[in-house]
Design a binder for this molecule. Structure first.
Ligand code: NOJ
Length: 714
């Protein structure tokens, strides 16, 4: 006798899953492993036959570029009704979507979010995105992207938290907490997906989808930690990346997808492929045909096939031929069904059609987006120019971003709309104090003419989102063509010049830095980015962002990151033969962790509670706001393992704290370091902590701070 889905609701989840599985035919089990894109008549037939487990981009199937929220919810509910009422077992669908940095309310791009160095705010942003997205029927996001990236030529650097595993892990966990909350069945929460497992950011030449060659040590110490943090946080799903790692495509990487993820880390959720990445095993040259690709993907541990349809087409025959056992399919289906139960889809498969009206673009969500965007912008230079005050009566705003709307939303914005964005020109008119005469001019000739008659020029330059994100790699990190000349021409006029850079990546801007009196990095700041920038420029808020990634002087320095190995011939040592360029300084343009405010901070009185540490030690320092304005400082803790069995990074971030200090105020920041914080992957690829000397710094960025040391005695 068939057990109806309704009856299953009252049982413990594992029993429910078992009961359901015991009634499912092989094609129905395989169906749960199959994700399709959009929806059409043939999809309806598949769905009725129980051959679809998940749909992504449901609204790709709806007419028009921007269907109304009501239409989308109704479509999601209608398709869900088909799954529930028209398929034999009535198993609900899981609707997935790329909710990457906000939904209808768009937050700064993830790289910018990392620049806030504030996991609690990242968490809140993810929770808001979850609220908005679920109000439109989405229950699963393909975020957060937790790939470490040390090569800004790679367009997807925009989607992650930058170069550092410690900061990246804190942000990965925060984003998962925000999307998922405590209870996946909460209708306002999304299942998260940590992607792209793993090493994707190491693409050779910064070319997306390219091969990655990397040691096990680097993989374990740098690229895996944010994924581990997401798994520890209970992330529901992971996505297997497109590329091959040391010759093994991730979609066929059993050692990582199963041995590491399941056996070592105890991951209980499911793994989804990336877009057609299972069938692409044929292109990688490790599967002879789609059937072999399906076999390799499933055996490796890819539970759900995103749109390549090879599981549906080939897994049943692979079982019939005896290549796969039904138990292997069973296991993947079990993982997916378990999450469908945990997500409450059986109890509550539909979305309340009224919800979106009270959820999308709530005033408090927009207010939060504005505050978040302010926190992400990084002041890189300020020769007593900003904030703009009464010194500057006539102000010209120029450059390609003066009236930008949709451009502020950045890459992987799927649901935000340009019409929701207030451009900087309008935001400045709304918030600037009276007494300024304001000009907003996009045309260069007109701007150069006007610039001769004003007291201050603000040049808004940078890259369009079409140059940032997936498949948008660059070979040259300069500003796009023409913009350096614009900055030069404005600087030549001798008028005070502030340069604002919008970008999805660190751009190599040494000339602009030299020419500008003030330089503010605004990234792609989201729906409220115009207001946030105006607030900072006019001093209604303090810049507090810190770089989550190094800014190089020139493309040729890439990859450049602070936590490099020492080298036997480091710059600064006495020999003439050093690790350096003959045509460029060794140092970056701006180091990791760097950022200014409108006030200044000093560090003093470093204390180390246990200079001979066995279990743990406290490392602390006092921070004082020296200036006359309140400000926010991010105190950063770095360590160096001085001698070890393998070469260790010259510095590693091990802690950070944001402090809001009033003028003249001093506060002590304290970090606790324990032996587990000192673990690294040793010569035999196993984790180890080694006794001996450690250097320590507490300071404002990766190149400054108070220095001390302790010894680990174990
Ligand atoms: C391909 C991208 O690599 C991935 O990040 C995204 O989630 C999927 N497409 C689905 O859109």
């Amino acid at each position: 006798m068939l057990t109806s889905a309704a009856f299953l609701i009252r049982q413990p989840i594992e029993d429910k899953v078992n009961q359901l599985l015991s009634q499912m035919t092989l094609p129905e089990k395989v169906g749960q492993l199959n994700q399709i894109n959009g929806f059409d008549d043939s999809a309806r037939l598949r769905l009725q036959q129980g051959e679809v487990g998940s749909i992504l981009n449901l609204n790709a199937a709806l007419p028009g570029p921007n269907p109304s929220p009501a239409v989308i919810v109704e479509a999601a509910n209608a398709v869900q009704r088909m799954a529930v009422n028209e398929s034999r077992l009535g198993i609900p669908l899981l609707f997935g979507r790329d909710v990457i940095h906000g939904f209808r309310t768009v937050f700064p791009i993830p790289l910018a979010q990392a620049a806030a160095w504030d996991p609690a705010t990242v968490e809140q942003g993810a929770a808001i995105a979850a609220d908005e997205a679920t109000s439109q029927g989405v229950k699963w996001t393909f975020a957060p992207m937790v790939d470490i990236a040390r090569d800004p030529r790679w367009g997807r650097v925009a989607e992650g938290a930058g170069e550092d595993p410690f900061l990246g892990s804190a942000i990965a966990a925060a984003a998962v907490r925000g999307f998922q909350g405590e209870d996946l069945s909460d209708p306002r929460r999304l299942l998260a997906c940590a992607k792209h497992f793993v090493g994707y950011g190491g693409a050779q030449g910064g070319r997306d989808y390219e091969s990655v060659e990397m040691s096990v040590r680097t993989l374990r110490d740098v690229y895996l930690p944010p994924f581990h943090a997401a798994v520890r946080q209970g992330v529901a799903t992971l996505m297997a990346a497109f590329h091959d790692l040391n010759g093994i495509p991730l979609n066929a990487h059993r050692e990582l997808l199963t041995d590491l993820l399941r056996a070592e880390w105890g991951f209980k959720g499911f793994v989804v492929s990336d877009w057609r990445s299972v069938i692409e095993l044929v292109n990688h040259g490790i599967a002879a045909d789609p059937a072999e690709a399906a076999y390799a993907g499933l055996v490796a541990g890819v539970d759900m096939d995103m749109v390549s349809d090879v599981y549906r087409q080939h897994l049943p025959e692979l079982v019939a031929d005896g290549h796969l056992s039904e138990a292997q399919i069973h296991e993947a289906a079990r993982r997916i069904l378990r999450l469908k139960f945990l997500a409450g889809l059986f109890e509550n498969p539909y979305t309340d059609p009224a919800r979106h009206r009270s959820t999308l673009l709530k005033p408090e969500y927009l207010q939060f987006a504005r505050q978040f965007a302010r926190q992400t912008m990084v002041l890189l230079k300020n020769e007593q120019l900003l904030p703009i005050d009464g010194r500057f009566k006539r102000i010209l705003f120029t450059g390609p971003f003066v009236h930008a709307r949709g451009e502020l939303l950045g890459t992987w914005n799927v649901d935000g709309r340009a019409e929701d964005v207030t451009p900087l020109s309008q935001a400045v008119r709304e918030i600037a104090p009276t007494g300024h005469e304001l000009f907003f001019v996009e045309n260069t000739d007109e701007a150069l003419h006007l610039a001769q008659h004003v007291d201050l020029v603000v040049a808004l330059v940078g890259e369009h989102p079409s140059r940032s994100g997936e498949n948008r790699n660059v070979s040259d990190l300069s500003l796009p063509p023409g913009q350096t000349q614009l900055v030069q021409a404005l600087a030549d006029l001798g008028v005070p010049l502030a340069v604002v850079v919008f970008a999805g990546r660190p751009l190599a801007i040494p000339h602009e830095t030299r020419l500008a009196d003030a330089l503010l990095y605004a990234w792609h700041p989201g729906s409220e980015g115009g207001f946030a920038l105006a607030d900072l420029l006019f001093g209604l808020a303090q810049p507090s962002g810190r770089l989550p990634i190094t800014i190089p002087r020139r493309t040729g320095q890439v990859p450049i990151y602070y936590a490099h190995k020492p080298s036997g011939r480091p710059v600064g040592s006495t020999t003439e033969f050093l690790t350096r360029y003959v045509d460029l300084p060794y140092s970056p343009l701006f180091p990791f962790g760097f950022g200014l405010g409108y006030t200044s901070f000093t560090y003093h009185n470093l204390e180390i509670s246990e200079p001979h540490m066995t279990g743990e030690t406290q490392i602390s320092a006092e921070v004082t706001n020296q200036g006359s304005l309140p400000g926010i400082e991010t105190a950063q803790l770095y360590l160096r393992d001085v001698h070890a069995s393998v070469a260790r990074p010259v510095k590693e971030l091990k802690g950070f704290q944001r402090l809001e200090l009033q003028p003249g105020e001093t506060r002590r920041v304290t970090f606790t370091v324990s032996a587990t914080d000192l673990v690294f992957t040793s010569y035999n690829d196993l984790p180890r902590v080694e006794p001996g000397d450690y250097q320590v710094w507490i300071g404002p960025n990766s190149t400054a701070g108070l220095q001390g040391s302790f010894t680990l005695d174990i």
